[in-house]
Design a protein around this ligand. Sequence first.
Ligand code: HEC
Ligand code: HEC
Ligand code: HEC
Ligand code: HEC
Ligand code: HEC
Length: 171
Amino acid sequence: MKKLLLTLVLLCVTGLLLGGLTLLYHLPLDTRDRSPQQPLPFSHLQHAGDLQIDCRFCHRHAETGPVAGVPDLDLCLSCHRHIATDKPTIQQLAGYWDRQEPVPWVRLHQLPDHVYFPHHLHLRAQVECSYCHGQVENMAQMQRIASLKMGWCLNCHRQNQASIDCWACHM
Ligand code: HEC
Ligand code: HEC
Ligand code: HEC
Ligand code: HEC
Ligand code: HEC
């Protein structure tokens, strides 16, 4: 009788422990901000929002090729040789230019190497940047709004009669 009771108690405790662990694993308890720390505080809110610079002015390859591209320092300095040159952040920007170093921006959207994602084909099909990237013009710091998981791609492809052939995305 005592043995049975002990076994039952043990079972209950193990059950509770496992339950608790599963819960911990699935609950979104980790609320740390995952936006990367960028080398410079570049703000889309300021440039694309307040100043209304077009996305394609800076990400100029999005329309013509698979990779949207982050602008060269050259483009930034076309304004910042004259604008806000007294600000420490802009002097830091000019420092990269003087040393002929690219700004080491941290990438937030990055698919694994085995996936092919063509920006230009999506833009040609009239998909807006905001569908996949959110309201970037309101972001002081870049955030990722979509999972970029295979299911996310496939859902939209099914809805739009785009290809769901494995070889379309995995070449
Ligand atoms: C003045 C130039 C400029 C304009 C205008 C601009 N961007 Fe950017 N964008 C950048 C720079 C620089 C970065 C890299 C730094 C960062 O992530 O904040 C970047 C990063 C991004 C990224 C993240 C890349 C990654 O994975 O890390 C996305 C997405 C993006 N921009 C979308 C947009 C969209 C959409 C618009 C228009 C609403 C826009 N950008 C307007 C300069 C610009
Ligand atoms: C079309 C002109 C233009 C271009 C191109 C441009 N900027 Fe700016 N940027 C501005 C203006 C205007 C401000 C606001 C200046 C102010 O508040 O005095 C600004 C502000 C900034 C600031 C904040 C300065 C501060 O500390 O207050 C940073 C950092 C910056 N830009 C970085 C960049 C980078 C990096 C690029 C290239 C990817 C870029 N800018 C391209 C016009 C531009
Ligand atoms: C259908 C979804 C979708 C649309 C629409 C889209 N993007 Fe992207 N974007 C992505 C994905 C997915 C990645 C990651 C690509 C990779 O890692 O190969 C990405 C990456 C980026 C990057 C960083 C890497 C790179 O390609 O240079 C920038 C910048 C960017 N997008 C800007 C834009 C801009 C600007 C627009 C609108 C003109 C736009 N995107 C439209 C899905 C989209
Ligand atoms: C907003 C919905 C949407 C999302 C999200 C989306 N796509 Fe697409 N995709 C489209 C549309 C629409 C087309 C164009 C179909 C056409 O032109 O026939 C397309 C075309 C493509 C093509 C070219 C297919 C071909 O026939 O050659 C590839 C590759 C592709 N997408 C990959 C991806 C990947 C990878 C992702 C996820 C990271 C993704 N797409 C997310 C809507 C989407
Ligand atoms: C519309 C684009 C698209 C199509 C079509 C597609 N995939 Fe994927 N696939 C992705 C993306 C994006 C990822 C990477 C993100 C992820 O792991 O979910 C991925 C990842 C994978 C992975 C790796 C998963 C992992 O955990 O690393 C496998 C395996 C895979 N796909 C197999 C397939 C097979 C088999 C098909 C055809 C039935 C297919 N995919 C069709 C976009 C696509």
